[in-house]
Design a protein around this ligand. Structure first.
Ligand code: ADP
Ligand code: MG
Length: 226
């Protein structure tokens, strides 16, 4: 047990260091963003360049945020949570980005679903990442359909479906590799974070996709009553 504890200590020390570094990176980023915004007001002629820098700063911030998520020590606290409560927060968070892209978010939930056994913030993150990808896959807008139902083998299954660009077969197998992205300003960390969180929850994720037709991602999560 002693060796085990020492190992656990080390892991959490690494996690703490990583999160410390992440905050050290985020604070100057926020300061840079702020200064840039002030500066850009005096120089409207350089608006495009300022926006490009702001976008890149946001990107670095996003990468740090995702790494922070991965580096977090396993202090996962599982709770009994209603999927509805998780999804309503996620939809509220994602609605404006969806709207900007001409995408409608539609949620269909079977009534009386069992409660989930999960760390709600992590599961929120999973849905945020999946919905974000679905929205980004439909450059001309459309519908992202989120459906939740009781899984026949127990637990709850949640489907996120889009009619977007789809994922080529060889790429599907590689999803979850770090920094794998086809987007100009993607991080390639979203799916990796999803995989890790779902694995930690003893859940499952299946991906079905057809190029130029769309993508369906199905997650199965355990219910809190076993
Ligand atoms: P990012 O979104 O930053 O590129 P992700 O890990 O979230 O990173 O996704 C990795 C890649 O998987 C994306 O760049 C994209 O090519 C592909 N992908 C994921 N979800 C979808 C989707 N719903 N439709 C089409 N492609 C997707
Ligand atoms: Mg993504």
């Amino acid at each position: 047990t002693e060796a085990f504890l020492r190992r656990a200590d080390k892991i959490s020390a690494v996690g703490q260091m990583a999160s410390g570094i992440a905050h050290e990176i985020r604070n100057p980023l926020a300061a840079m963003k702020w200064s840039l915004q002030v500066f850009s007001m005096d120089h409207p002629e350089h608006k495009q360049a300022f926006n490009a820098i702001l976008d890149e700063l946001s990107r670095v911030d996003g990468i740090v945020g995702e790494l922070l998520m991965l580096a977090k020590p396993q202090e996962t606290r599982f709770e009994s949570v209603r999927l509805e409560d998780i999804l309503s927060v996620v939809i509220t968070l994602m609605r404006s980005q969806a709207k900007r892209n001409g995408v409608q978010l539609l949620v269909d939930m079977e009534p009386n679903l069992p409660y989930l056994r999960c760390e709600p913030n992590q599961i929120k993150q999973v849905f945020i990442n999946l919905i974000k990808n679905a929205v980004e896959a439909m450059p001309h807008g459309g519908l992202v359909h989120i459906r939740a139902a009781r899984h026949p083998e127990g637990g709850v299954s949640i489907q996120v479906t889009d009619k977007g660009v789809g994922i080529p077969e060889p790429l599907i197998a590689r999803l979850g590799e770090p920094f794998l992205t086809t987007k100009e300003s993607g991080t390639g960390l979203g799916m990796m974070v999803c995989h890790k969180i779902i694995r930690d929850h003893h859940g499952r994720m299946d991906i079905h996709s057809v190029v130029n037709e769309g993508t369906e991602i199905v997650i199965v999560l355990p219910a809190s009553d076993g």
